[in-house]
Design a protein around this ligand. Structure first.
Ligand SMILES: *[C@@H]1O[C@H](CO)[C@@H](O)[C@H](O)[C@H]1NC(C)=O
Ligand SMILES: *[C@@H]1O[C@H](CO)[C@@H](O)[C@H](O)[C@H]1NC(C)=O
Ligand SMILES: *[C@@H]1O[C@H](CO)[C@@H](O)[C@H](O)[C@H]1NC(C)=O
Ligand SMILES: *[C@@H]1O[C@H](CO)[C@@H](O)[C@H](O)[C@H]1NC(C)=O
Ligand SMILES: *[C@@H]1O[C@H](CO)[C@@H](O)[C@H](O)[C@H]1NC(C)=O
Length: 369
């Protein structure tokens, strides 16, 4: 008994010496605690769209979404966890819930997720059906007000300055013009569309910076033209990727990689990471077996060519859909989103990978920076 108690006190003493803590208001956390704030589209939406008035096309809250990990649909557009779920785990944070689950939720110590499936950097991308990037920024500002009230000015600022801001945006802005009967393709030049998207994104980055954000992580755009959705929409030789959208994606990725160093020289303390999802996806689509998949081009869930018709779960006008045996065999879960297994591979590389896939910082380094 004595010796047990001795060990207990010893342990408490040991822990308090080794792990310095920092108190934010009444809450004390390990000093290295870093929050994660998430903005963007369906690649990072963990369920915000469950709480808005939209069509089922932009929600992942029907079976078989979620089948592999959660065993029930959560609103994530995959069979399981997404990149931010894995990053939170690697950073010793709990799963970051959708902001709209508890808009008045009083902690936000670990971060918040504002992303919305289908959202773009342009307000007009699926206007009225999604939470666009500007509205996500407004939610972030509301949260910041609550955080200051809860923690105090200085502590809230400390948390926001140390935090990592993970952003996935642009996919929807470039998808939409290719939908049948889209009214969006009114830009005379592809450069014009890309410049607007990058311009809107830059405005949002600067706003987050003004509030305290310093450490930004961006998901570069994947090869959207090779997604099952785009292959299915394509006329003619459907085994090829859709080149027009690939051009846009490449223009966007180039513009993003040029604007971020500029922001770094303009904004004191600004640090960033870009994940090369283009390469990470392409490698797996072209060489699935090298990465433990049996199928790189056809989705697990959906209908039509490449299961590229977004009918997974019977959500859209097409009620019938096919579902593969084991999602882990596929790179894509539905017409436009990878499986948890693919996301896990991406997340591991984004966390601790080398500059050929994530740089200038990987996320492990960005969290510590
Ligand atoms: C949701 O949208 C539908 C169709 O657009 C509309 O009829 C309904 O009134 C909306 N509901 C709310 C709560 O806004
Ligand atoms: C974002 O893009 C839209 C076009 O959809 C434009 O009207 C809006 O002013 C832009 N917002 C910002 C903050 O640049
Ligand atoms: C597109 O427009 C054509 C002709 O106006 C119409 O027949 C078709 O149903 C529309 N498709 C969609 C997906 O709305
Ligand atoms: C279709 O596209 C694939 C992939 O780009 C190419 O290998 C094939 O030769 C094309 N087939 C035809 C008939 O053009
Ligand atoms: C699915 O495949 C993976 C390997 O790719 C395997 O580890 C897993 O057990 C399989 N799941 C089921 C339900 O068969």
């Amino acid at each position: 008994m004595m010796s047990l108690r001795f060990h207990f006190y010893f342990l408490v003493l040991f822990v308090s010496i080794v792990i310095p803590t920092q108190c934010l208001g009444e809450i004390c956390l390990p000093k290295e605690h870093v929050a994660l704030f998430i903005f963007g589209d369906s690649l990072v939406d963990v369920g915000n769209n469950n709480y808005i008035n939209t069509t089922t096309d932009y929600q992942g809250n029907v079976w078989p979404f979620g089948e592999s990990f959660f065993k029930y649909p959560t609103g994530r557009a995959s069979d399981g966890r997404l990149i931010p779920d894995f990053i939170a785990e690697y950073a010793n944070l709990p799963l970051i819930p959708p902001y709209l689950l508890h808009p008045g939720y009083n902690r936000y110590i670990d971060g918040a997720n504002f992303a919305s499936g289908g959202a773009g950097a342009l307000d007009e991308t699926r206007r009225g059906l999604v939470i666009n990037l500007n509205t996500q920024l407004n939610y972030f500002k509301n949260m910041e007000t609550m955080l200051r009230q809860k923690l105090g000015e200085k502590e809230a600022k400390t948390l926001l300055v140390k935090a990592v801001y993970l952003i996935s945006i642009g996919n929807s802005d470039y998808f939409v013009p290719y939908y049948p009967n889209s009214t969006v393709l009114q830009y005379s030049a592809q450069e014009e569309l890309v410049n607007m998207v990058i311009g809107n994104l830059t405005t949002v980055i600067k706003e987050i910076y003004k509030i305290g954000g310093r450490k930004f992580a961006f998901l570069g755009l994947p090869p959207l033209g090779c997604f099952p959705l785009m292959r299915a929409l394509k006329q003619g030789n459907t085994s090829a990727c859709m080149e027009d959208i690939t051009t846009l994606v490449k223009l966007h990725n180039k513009a993003l990689s040029e604007v971020l160093p500029k922001l770094q020289s303009e904004l004191k303390g600004f640090k960033y990471s870009i994940a090369d999802l283009y390469t990470l996806f392409s490698e797996r689509i072209d060489n699935p077996s090298k990465y433990g998949f049996t199928e790189g081009k056809i989705a697990c869930c959906g209908s039509g060519p490449f299961r590229g018709i977004p009918s997974c779960g019977g959500r859209s006008s097409v009620q019938e859909y096919e579902l593969c045996e084991n999602a882990s065999d596929h790179v894509f879960f539905d017409s436009a989103h990878p499986t948890e297994k693919a996301y896990q591979q991406f997340a591991e590389l984004i966390w601790s990978g080398t500059p050929d896939v994530i740089g200038p910082y990987n996320l492990k380094a960005l969290f510590k920076a």
